[in-house]
Design a binder for this molecule. Structure first.
Ligand code: NAP
Ligand code: MG
Length: 451
């Protein structure tokens, strides 16, 4: 098969064919990127900065178009999709500040001058999942380009449309041909080729822990650096001294946003036993008020799941669980799923495995030590939230939870100017933040003898 068919998840209808690249086509894209990278890296820093600012401006002009494509292809609510497209422009603008700031060091030595340079890797391969197609792609390509690399990007088979459009927008904005190559196709062909091709010098992978582990093993055989953003089973820890009304009102958004298809989803709510019943009483109306429906409507909170097979997986997680209550979902041909709140025990499958759907497990805990123990009782360590009005407790618990991205009395995980990434089985390396572009370089040390 030389193409694959896209399906609108809100209607179940097929709407477009997209080419499936072969190994030869992937190699050709990498070869174009190798050539483009040489001239790109040779440009004055300000020229790369200007090019990225112009890329950002053209993305800004196409926010509505990109957002509509994401509604069609991924079923994201239009409000979220607009945020995602604007975020891409912001990540580009932020990255445009990097070329002139990639300063090396001057290190004191006898008999000469010692300086370091941040050299680009060359071609960076970026492998993107289907859950946040635009934003996750931009976290890789914007800083990688800023640091003087070329990029080959493989979107997920299910959701390639915004990446394809961003590739065109880059050219419209004046980025050179070959510098930012979008290669659509399957992970086992295109993604694997990024891992094995000697001219792809660094790989960024976001997706499942299972595939990410294979990608890392393949990169190890090539001695190729790899950044991994993988799964999560993040805890939302609610202490008895929390503002319970606020915590309960915020909890649905923290796990049901993007239909739970979010690596940062707070999919375990841990509630101190003394306020457990009260918290569930407050959570029920908040879940009932969560609006699931047509993603093209402005007031929709949550659209469909990405595919029929993913919905079947998510449904499978509910078997044999104790469902406390559920939200609503439309009927019809889309891949709809009503949000579910499940009462769980620590060893239940629903409390251990990543569902990647709108299902949350609620578990009681006794005291601070027990809450921390339960929060860390997972192979993952991506995100998490801590609800308490006690500052000392907030500091203690945030230092004790083994996760890369935590928030206190909030569920925020992503700001492009702060670091993002996971511990344990949730990943390796960090994206975004002040050092984002530097992560796409390797340090060269040069000693100049003066004697
Ligand atoms: P996945 O299989 O890990 O896919 C992620 C990306 O890797 C896609 O672009 C995929 O391409 C590609 N890929 C697949 N096999 C590959 C290989 N052997 N070598 C190189 N690249 C490869 O994830 P998924 O199937 O989309 O989702 C499965 C589960 O992963 C989800 O249910 C969820 O638990 C987790 N997940 C986590 C995140 C996250 O943000 N951390 C995102 C998505 C999924 P194709 O699209 O062509 O398969
Ligand atoms: Mg897969």
């Amino acid at each position: 098969m030389t193409s694959f068919t896209l399906i609108n998840p809100a209607t179940g209808r097929e709407f477009r064919e997209v080419p499936r690249a072969s190994v030869e086509e992937t190699d050709a894209a990498i070869a174009r990127a190798v050539v483009a990278q040489r001239s790109w890296a040779a440009l004055p820093p300000v020229a790369r900065a200007d090019a990225l600012r112009s890329f950002a401006r053209v993305v800004e002009q196409h926010v509505e178009e990109l957002a509509q494509l994401e509604v069609l292809n991924s079923g994201h609510p239009i409000g979220s999709a607009r945020w995602e497209a604007s975020h891409v422009a912001q990540v580009l603008n932020f990255s445009a500040g990097a070329p002139e700031r990639l300063s090396g060091q001057q290190i004191p030595v006898a008999g000469g001058l010692d300086v370091t340079f941040h050299e680009p890797y060359g071609v960076v391969g970026i492998i993107v999942p289907w859950n946040f197609p635009m934003t996750i792609a931009s976290w890789g390509f914007a800083p990688a380009l800023a640091a003087g690399n070329a990029v080959v990007l493989k979107p997920a088979e299910l959701t390639p449309l915004t990446a394809l459009r961003l590739g065109e927008i880059a050219l419209e904005a004046g980025l050179p041909e070959g510098l930012f190559e979008i290669v659509t196709g399957s992970g086992s062909v295109v993604g694997q080729r990024f891992v094995t091709h000697p001219d792809v010098r660094s790989v960024v992978f976001t997706g499942s822990t299972e595939v990410g582990t294979d990608v890392a093993a393949g990169c190890a055989r090539q001695l190729k650096p790899v950044t991994l953003e993988l799964g999560g089973k993040s805890a939302n820890i609610v202490f008895d001294d929390a503002d319970l009304e606020k915590a309960a009102a915020a909890a649905p958004g923290a796990v049901f946003d993007n239909a739970g298809q979010d690596c940062c989803a707070r999919s375990r709510i841990l509630v101190q036993r003394s306020v457990y019943d009260r918290f569930l009483e407050l959570l029920e109306p908040a879940v009932a008020a969560w609006r699931v429906g047509d993603p093209s409507h402005d007031d929709t909170d949550m659209g469909p799941l990405i595919s029929a097979s993913h919905r079947a997986n998510v449904e499978g997680f509910l078997e044999g669980t104790d469902i406390a209550f559920r939200g609503a979902a439309p009927d019809g041909d889309g891949f709809w799923f009503a949000p579910a709140v499940v009462l769980a025990q620590p060893d239940d499958r629903i409390a251990k495995e990543e569902v990647f759907g709108p299902v949350v497990a609620v578990l009681p805990f006794d005291d601070e030590a027990d809450g921390i123990r339960l929060a860390n009782d997972t192979i993952y360590g991506l995100a998490g939230s801590i609800w308490t009005e006690n500052l000392s407790r907030a500091v203690r618990v945030s230092r004790a939870v083994k996760s890369g991205v935590l928030s206190v009395n909030s569920h925020s995980s992503v700001r492009y100017w702060t670091p993002f990434g996971g511990m344990k089985a949730s990943g390796l390396g960090r994206e975004l933040g002040p050092d984002a572009a530097e992560h796409f370089t390797e340090t060269k040390n040069v000693f100049f003898a003066t004697d």
